[in-house]
Design a protein around this ligand. Structure first.
Ligand code: NAP
Length: 542
């Protein structure tokens, strides 16, 4: 126990650590802090565990990382007991897995569900956070750990007339748990990112008519989703130690890496063979397992983009649709590459219509459908697959104030700055797992990044406890150093030129900066270790 608890009255609202979120990171953080002997309280807005995998229950939701690396490594027993059914599991299976973990380690008892953090204020005299909730409680805690996810605050464009629509409107990230009966309905989907693709390919055969409103086309890579039998599961279990080591030491937290050397060291025939092999693998290795120059060299990116465009065109019967559905506005891999499973074939169906809302934007939602500048589309259901306010959205909502009343939201409205994505100058003992400027969903297998970042946070807390320190916070200089490094790496890539959630371009007025660190999971891991090994040099400790 820390002295916040032991020197004060042990009231029911005094904690060592408050963890926000019961997704992959939050569950792990609660488990670890409790193992360290701390008094922990988890807070979760949903009525159950799961985080992303609770909220994103839209038809077709599925993980794009292979199950055998999309898991926790901390318990061998867990690895032995859990049986993955598929290479790329659907939402329900990942949600079951997280429930299994919560049961096995009795994590629910430390959570308050259906509770939202409404404020968090640093009390510099007491060296603790006062955390307010929508249940009217104020929790006192030394450490405030946000595990709210990189992509958790939905972006739902406020189209004029939205409230007048007489049918159902849903956002994929808040899809009704009981589902929506889409049979025989005229359904409109707005958005063709990773989410829209999964949704569209899943519902096209079920609905009477599907209208897809596409502004930007994505480069979908055909997924190869194998069903696992016991022999497969045993195979991957036996490799768990090796896989864990590999993902932490790879560029993107997957079990593959850039294994073919430089693009320029190979002949055109060799390059084509590599690209074909990667395509056949049916995974994100097509994106982050080919050549590193894909991300930095326009000529290389152009060639690989053309390779993928040809694969896409070959799937579409109608050349006019093929022109629209084949991405032209950005290069392959400069924005999240989705895996698809029958997505392009959907556009060969008679009941599916593609509407280009780049040339004719959506004007408004009417009582009976969607109106673009070129016409009106009658609909019974509208599903927005319009993405998220990434990285900053969920943290900004919590109304966090640090030293001298400094507002995190106001700071980030001006400029998004963090140290390693894990701490922010001016906000002692605030830890932001999957925060801005750390490797995250944009360029990391999430379970790898989340576990590594939770480990850093809990190791840091263990250090403070051992040293009898009350707080830690990066100096301004340390933070400037991290932001400068982050920007230098980001600006050397082609990613910063593509308009997407990666750069904040999907949210009006959001300061522009690559939201995730792209120097490599392996490099980031080393940098985090260096900070630890230096005794947190560049951090102010009280
Ligand atoms: P997204 O990539 O931001 O895509 C949102 C889509 O909505 C884009 O096509 C966007 O077009 C469109 N859109 C937004 N506002 C619009 C408007 N006013 N009018 C017309 N179109 C509009 O969001 P997402 O698909 O939810 O994916 C977000 C991230 O979640 C992914 O990149 C990925 O990291 C993660 N994800 C992972 C998985 C998985 O592992 N399987 C699945 C789904 C999502 P513009 O691009 O033109 O703005």
């Amino acid at each position: 126990m820390t002295d916040i608890v032991s020197t004060k009255k042990d009231t029911k609202n005094d904690y060592d650590a408050v963890v926000v979120g019961a997704g992959i990171a939050g569950l792990y953080a609660v488990y670890k802090l409790r193992e360290m002997g701390l008094r922990v309280r988890g807070i979760e807005a949903a009525p159950a565990v799961g985080g992303t995998w609770y909220w994103n229950c839209y038809p077709g939701a599925r993980v794009d990382s292979q199950s055998y690396i999309y898991q926790y490594w901390f318990s061998d027993e867990l690895i032995q007991e859990w049986n993955w059914a598929e290479r790329f599991p659907p939402q329900a299976e990942v949600e079951r897995y997280l429930n299994f973990v919560a049961d096995k380690f009795e994590l629910r008892k430390d959570y308050a569900f259906e509770t939202r953090v409404t404020s968090a204020d640093w009390d510099d005299d007491a060296q603790c956070w006062r955390v307010g909730t929508d249940q009217g409680e104020t929790l006192n805690t030394r450490y405030f750990i946000s595990c709210t996810g990189m992509l958790s605050e939905p972006k739902a464009p406020d189209f004029p007339g939205k409230d007048s629509f007489q049918g159902i409107i849903a956002h994929t990230a808040r899809y009704p748990r009981e589902g929506i009966d889409l049979k025989g309905k005229r359904v409109g989907v707005i958005g063709c990112g990773a989410t829209g693709i999964q949704l569209i390919q899943t519902i096209a055969s079920e609905v009477e008519h599907l209208t897809v409103f596409q502004r930007t086309a994505s480069y979908g890579v055909a997924m190869r989703n194998d069903q696992f039998d016991d022999a497969d599961r045993d195979h991957w279990r036996a490799k768990a130690g090796e896989l864990q080591d590999k993902v932490y030491n790879s560029f993107v937290g997957f079990d593959y890496d850039f294994e073919h050397g430089s693009w320029y060291d190979q002949t055109p025939e060799q390059r084509l063979q590599v690209l074909e092999e990667k395509w056949q693998e049916g995974s994100l290795s097509m994106w982050v397992g080919t050549y590193p120059e894909l991300f930095t060299d326009q000529a290389v990116n152009d060639e690989i983009s053309d390779f993928v465009r040809k694969k896409i065109r070959a799937r579409i019967d109608d050349p006019a649709i093929a022109d629209l559905i084949t991405p032209q506005t950005h290069g392959f891999g400069t924005y999240r590459v989705p895996l698809e499973n029958g997505y392009y074939d959907v556009y060969n169906r008679d009941n599916v219509e593609l509407v280009d809302v780049r040339s004719a934007p959506i004007e408004c939602i009417t009582a009976t459908g969607i109106k673009t500048t070129e016409g009106e589309y009658p609909l019974d259901v509208i599903i927005m697959a319009t993405g998220f306010n990434a990285g900053t959205g969920s943290l900004a909502r919590m109304n966090i104030h640090g030293r001298e009343g400094l507002s995190l939201t106001e700071e980030w409205n001006k400029d998004i700055r963090t140290t390693l994505g894990l701490q922010v100058h001016g906000f002692p003992n605030l830890f932001t797992v999957a925060g801005p400027l750390a490797p995250s969903a944009a360029f990391c297998n999430m379970t790898t990044c989340l576990q590594q970042q939770v480990d850093w946070v809990t190791d840091c807390i263990a250090y403070l406890q051992e040293q009898h320190l009350k707080s830690i916070e990066p100096t301004l200089e340390k933070q400037d150093e991290w932001v400068a490094h982050h920007d230098e790496v980001a600006n050397s890539t082609l990613l910063v030129a593509t308009q997407s959630w990666y750069t904040g371009a999907n949210i009006e007025g959001k300061p522009s900066r690559l939201i995730s660190y792209i120097g490599g999971v392996n490099e980031y891991h080393h940098k985090c270790e260096e900070v630890q090994e230096s005794g947190y040099a560049g951090f102010t400790k009280v």
